[in-house]
Ligand binder design. Sequence first.
Ligand SMILES: [Zn+2]
Length: 114
Amino acid sequence: MKKYCYYCPTCQKVTLMTLVKEDQNKNTTFLKCIVCSDTEQSKNCGVGQNGEDLGDGIKEYSPKASYEVGDILFHKTFNDTGEVVKITQRLNGQCVNTVLFKTAGLKKLITIPK
Ligand SMILES: [Zn+2]
């Protein structure tokens, strides 16, 4: 699933959007804001003008992955993206990733990197 950063008029900020559909004849792209679930129409830019194709830039949260401060994660359960603001390592090897989600707020996610 392609994800884009795009300005959402409802949220009045740049949010993470998923591609709903592309109309190539009209050169129009429909994006759904994952924060408010509104669908935005982006014309004549194929998303690129105001939006940024993050592609692989957003990492889907997995307990077996390892992250760095500044990484942007997408968490399915929260249906939300957040930035890793702090990582602490426990003696048993687990990492506690403090992630600031856009709507869910601060969450601590445990990862066990191999
Ligand atoms: Zn929105």
